[in-house]
Design a protein around this ligand. Structure first.
Ligand SMILES: *[C@@H]1O[C@H](CO)[C@@H](O)[C@H](O)[C@H]1NC(C)=O
Ligand SMILES: *[C@@H]1O[C@H](CO)[C@@H](O)[C@H](O)[C@H]1NC(C)=O
Length: 282
């Protein structure tokens, strides 16, 4: 009886040691991970203490545990149940598994990737999981400033840009330090979840150089463009140029230039209207 209990005890010790060797925690990140639209991001997840994860099950998931973002099991990368949205975009770092680095690599980040991710690791006798928050951000295109409408000597300028996330902030200045107040502003969500912005100001001051600045407040990244008003009025028909041709007796040439410029502007405004019609019909 004595001998039996002794054997039992050593077996118990062995089991305890194996158990302790096989237990682990998984470390993610307390801070949210910032992912930039269109780029690559790594969601950190590491076994502690460091041990091989080669023979463990690694499951990255969001809300649906049954359609994982990534699943690795029995040394296979299992893709048939993988969430459609992540197929071909996610990967584990195979060479890192041996040191317990089960981080997830994700490329071509989308707005819909924002959210909470679970990293779940399971061995025969143990499992652990942690969560990682992903915040998506995107800085859009350089703004385009264009004349939207003329009202006598005043001109309404539009500024548009797309590809922003989260919602950007638009500010107009006169090219110096003075702010211009926008008369209207629309922010729309595009199919890919990114925001496009349209903002309008009215100005009559040809010395102005209206500047449209769009900022991603989260990343503090800005894009800006400006336009010299005088260019809009005088770039084509300079009164001096007309006077010059008139003086030379080249009245027909001056008229041709004037007609050309007038038509160009008209066509331009027409195009603009067609575009407007399209968007309102949508
Ligand atoms: C994983 O399992 C295989 C087969 O059972 C074994 O040969 C290998 O040594 C194991 N690797 C690790 C790192 O435990
Ligand atoms: C895990 O591997 C990835 C990809 O190589 C790397 O970016 C990350 O820093 C590694 N994590 C740790 C904790 O070593």
């Amino acid at each position: 009886v004595f001998q039996n209990s002794c054997q039992c005890q050593s077996l118990f010790h062995t089991v305890m040691i194996v158990f302790l060797l096989e237990t682990f925690t998984v470390l993610g990140s307390d801070q949210p991970i910032i992912a930039v639209v269109g780029e690559v991001v790594v969601l950190p997840c590491q076994l502690s203490p460091r041990m091989s994860a080669v023979n463990k099950t690694i499951r990255w998931f969001r809300d649906q545990i049954n359609s994982p973002v990534y699943l690795y099991k029995n040394r296979f990368h299992i893709t048939d149940k993988q969430d459609q949205a992540y197929r071909g975009r996610t990967t584990l770092f195979i060479e890192e598994l041996g040191i317990g680095n089960v981080s997830l690599g994700m490329r071509n980040v989308r707005v819909s990737d924002e959210g909470i991710y679970g990293c779940f690791v399971e061995s025969l006798i143990w499992y652990e999981e942690t969560t990682i928050e992903v915040i998506v951000t995107g800085t859009g295109s350089d703004p385009l400033i264009y004349p939207d409408d003329y009202e006598g000597k005043r001109i309404q300028l539009g500024c548009k840009s797309s590809g922003w996330y989260p919602k950007p902030e638009v500010t107009w200045t006169d090219g110096k330090s003075q702010k211009l107040t926008s008369v209207s502003e629309t922010i729309e969500t595009e199919d890919d979840g990114l925001f496009s912005v349209n903002s309008y100001v009215i100005t009559g001051d040809s010395s102005h150089k209206p500047t449209c600045r769009i900022q991603n407040n989260f990343m503090k990244e800005t894009r800006e463009s400006s336009l010299q008003i005088s260019e809009l009025y005088f770039s084509c028909v300079s009164p001096w140029l007309v006077a010059f041709f008139v003086l030379l007796g080249l009245v027909p040439v001056a008229i041709c230039i004037a007609i050309y410029c007038w038509r160009k502007q008209k066509i331009w405004l027409k195009k603009k209207k067609i575009k407007k019609g399209k968007t309102s019909g949508k």
